[in-house]
Structures are given as C-alpha cells and as structure tokens.
Design a protein around this ligand. Structure first.
Ligand code: AP5
Length: 253
C-alpha cells in the first residue's frame, strides 16, 4: 500500500503542569472522552487511534494493524507528505514546518484529516488514526465534528531509543514499507538501493519533534481520559503488535 494511503527539566515541568491540572475541573472532565466514545457508538466499524513520540513505531504497527483488521489508515504525516509531493497550496504551506520538525498549522491539517476520516471508505470499513491529534485544539476539532475514537493507544519509548530509530529509518518509495538500517534492514540489495530517508529524520530535527511531542502530549491525554491504552513500544515489533492485537480484539468482545 502506498505511503499516502496507509497514509530532564522538561519532564519535571510536564509533571508539574499535570499535577496542577488535577483539580475538580479535571475530575469533572475525567471520562468525558469515554462517554463521548460510547455516545458515538460502541458497535459498527472500528475507530482506533494510535499515538506516540516520533519514531515510536506508529507507522510500523499501522502496517500490520490495517492488514489484520482491514481498517483505513489515516496518517496525518502521510497525508501531509502527499500534499507536499503534489505541490498543492496546503503542501507548500506545510513543507517548511515539517522540515523544521514543527507542527503544521491547524488550518492546514485539521480539515485534511477530518475529510479523510469522513470519507465513505473510512466510514464503512472503520479507521486507524495515526499522528493526530497533536494538540488539544486538534482533539477538540474532531470531537466537535462527532469523530471520537473508541481507544487511544499510546506507544511509549525512551527518548534515546527514539533518536537511534529516527536516524536509521529508511522508506521504500515503491511499497511504502518502513525499514531500519540496524533493527529491520531492507530485505534485498535492490530494495536497499531505492530506499529514501525523510528530510526530517536528522538527530537535530528529531530533537525538535520530540520537544513538540512532550509539550503537547499531556493535554491530548486529558482529552482522551478514560479510553487511553498505554503500550510499551520498546520491545520487538511482534511483541508490541501482540498487545495491540489483543487490545483491539477486546474492544468488540
Ligand atoms: P509523522 O510522519 O506523523 O511523524 P512522527 O510522528 O514524527 O512519527 P514518525 O513517522 O517519525 O515515526 P513512527 O512512530 O511512525 O515510527 P516508525 O514506525 O516509522 O509527522 C511528520 C511531521 O508532519 C511532523 O513533524 C509535523 O511537522 C507534521 N505533522 C504530522 N501530523 C501532524 C498534525 N496532526 N498536526 C500538525 N503537524 C503534523 O518507526 C521508526 C523507525 O523505528 C523505523 O526505522 C522502524 O523500522 C523502527 N522501528 C519501529 N518499531 C520498532 C521496534 N519495535 N523495534 C526496533 N525498531 C523499530
């Protein structure tokens, strides 16, 4: 499947902010996402979201999840890269932000993702939302449109492991498959030769992307309180998928 279709101190500050948020207001909000997810319907096509820091393995797991559950993969990053490749006005606007490892403005990304989630195929087959939302505002935008996942799976991987994964990542432009020079090398010399590296996959840009992630993740988790499923992503791909597989199957049992 092509990529476009598949699709220290800081921690202390985050902890403090999280603590400050634990008051009556947050208590009242607790479970709101669970209630919204229930109101949106627990049956019918699956609605699954996967999140995690850069290079935590979202795309790698999505390849397997869509095969196993026949879901439409809605990847914000892939949708944006397709806009950039097509040199569309949205792509031209997004490129500078992506190359810098920063979030693309909401006025560009929100409608692209919403339109894809509301497409006939995603509505009838179900969807796997990857890399969205990346801020509370983005979460609010889809919730207001009545788009609520049944589960918000979060891959957790230590920062130093993520940097190694970023710099070694390669993509096969013909199949959209993701490889790693050390952890998951391309299967043949021919595939290895045609693999490309993303322009934002340098250590410097990865650190910016990580910072953006750590700044926003707590507010996003608050938005999905009650439906969050944390997964240790610092294990073999197969072990990570086994957790995901049993969790998704459990949503319908
Ligand atoms: P996006 O494309 O979504 O990038 P990301 O979130 O930084 O995530 P990655 O694609 O880097 O990593 P991944 O978690 O998919 O890991 P992968 O499976 O490839 O976004 C790119 C940019 O677009 C953003 O920076 C932003 O500018 C913009 N953007 C996107 N969404 C946006 C939004 N909602 N709002 C605004 N802007 C947005 O794995 C990584 C490597 O590790 C691979 O080499 C893989 O082989 C290897 N690997 C995977 N799993 C394992 C494992 N278990 N063990 C060992 N190696 C593994």
């Amino acid at each position: 499947m092509p990529a476009a279709a598949r699709g220290g101190a800081r921690r202390g500050a985050r902890g403090a902010a999280r603590g400050a948020a634990r008051g009556p207001a947050r208590g009242a909000a607790r479970g709101a996402a669970a209630a919204a997810a229930a109101a949106a319907g627990g049956g019918g096509p699956l609605r699954v979201a996967i999140a995690g820091p850069p290079a935590s393995g979202k795309g790698t797991q999505c390849e397997t999840i869509i095969d196993a559950f026949q879901l439409v993969h809605v990847s914000a990053g892939d949708l944006l890269r397709a806009e950039v490749a097509g040199n569309t006005p949205n792509g031209v606007r997004a490129k500078g932000f992506m190359d810098a490892g920063k979030l693309v403005p909401n006025e560009v990304v929100v409608d692209i993702v919403k339109d894809r989630l509301e497409g006939d195929d995603a509505r009838s087959a179900g969807w796997l939302l990857d890399g969205y939302p990346r801020s509370k505002e983005q979460a609010d935008a889809i919730t207001e449109a009545g788009i609520v996942p049944e589960t918000f799976m979060l891959l957790e991987v230590p920062d130093d492991v993520l940097i190694d994964r970023v710099v070694g990542r390669r993509m096969d432009p013909e199949t959209g498959k993701i490889y790693h020079l050390t952890f998951n090398p391309p299967p043949t010399e021919e595939v290895a030769e045609r693999c490309t590296q993303r322009s934002d996959d340098t250590e410097e840009k990865a650190r910016t992307r990580l910072e953006v992630y750590h700044t926003n993740i707590d507010a996003i988790l608050d938005s999905y309180d009650g439906i969050i499923h944390k997964i240790d992503g610092n294990r073999a791909r197969e072990a990570v998928f086994a957790d995901i597989d049993s969790h998704i199957k459990g949503l319908r049992s």
